[in-house]
Design a protein around this ligand. Structure first.
Ligand SMILES: [Zn+2]
Length: 191
């Protein structure tokens, strides 16, 4: 399994292409011009860490390019995809409403998703930064989105965030991270 990180132009949010034996999955979706060249073989699906606009703005175009693609998130994530107030895109220029709600696969806390032959992802709900935040566990790797960015205080001063939940989620992620590598939702600013 190979993981490639894309640092997107909007807020330096990160997307990740996960490839294995000629198939790929995507974690979050920003700049397609950066993401698409890294997709190896068939793109199987998109795992969302959360649905704030800086993590989903490439998604509508991606769904057109890959008509068989599904997006994995929880109910709060679907609600956020479909509401430009909840995903904050309304306040940053171009409002984003996800066009393909029927192609969302809703996941429950701790559910498993089969990615490749013999490789599964487990979703763990880690709300706080947003009600829809999840962390994806794939073997010895964690995709934490904005629930936990090493060295950065979790953002909880925005609408619908919850400081106490975020602290609980961070404690849980620290536990999960004990023997795992963290791939988070933003890359550090270049000074
Ligand atoms: Zn966010």
């Amino acid at each position: 399994m190979i993981i490639r990180q894309i640092v997107n132009t909007v807020f330096r949010s990160c997307s990740y292409v996960i490839s294995h034996e000629g198939c790929s999955w995507l974690v979050d979706c920003g700049d397609l011009d950066q993401i698409l060249p890294l997709v190896d073989g068939d793109l199987q699906g998109v795992l969302l860490t959360h649905a704030h606009f800086d993590h989903i703005y490439g998604l509508n175009s991606l769904m057109i390019l890959y008509p068989g693609l599904s997006v994995y998130t929880n109910q709060a994530g679907l609600d956020t995809l479909l509401n430009d107030k909840l995903n904050f895109s309304r306040y940053y220029g171009e409002p984003i409403i996800f066009n393909e709600p029927d192609r969302v696969k809703l996941v429950e806390d701790r559910e498993w998703v089969e990615l490749f032959d013999g490789i599964r992802a487990q979703v763990v709900f880690t709300p706080g930064h947003s009600p829809c935040c999840v962390t994806w566990i794939i073997d010895d790797v964690l995709f934490t989105g904005d629930s936990f960015i090493p060295g950065v205080k979790t953002v909880t001063n925005i609408p619908h965030s919850n400081k106490d939940l975020a602290a609980d989620s961070e404690a849980l992620i620290r536990e999960l991270a004990e023997h795992r590598t963290i791939y988070s939702g933003h890359a550090p600013e270049i000074q």
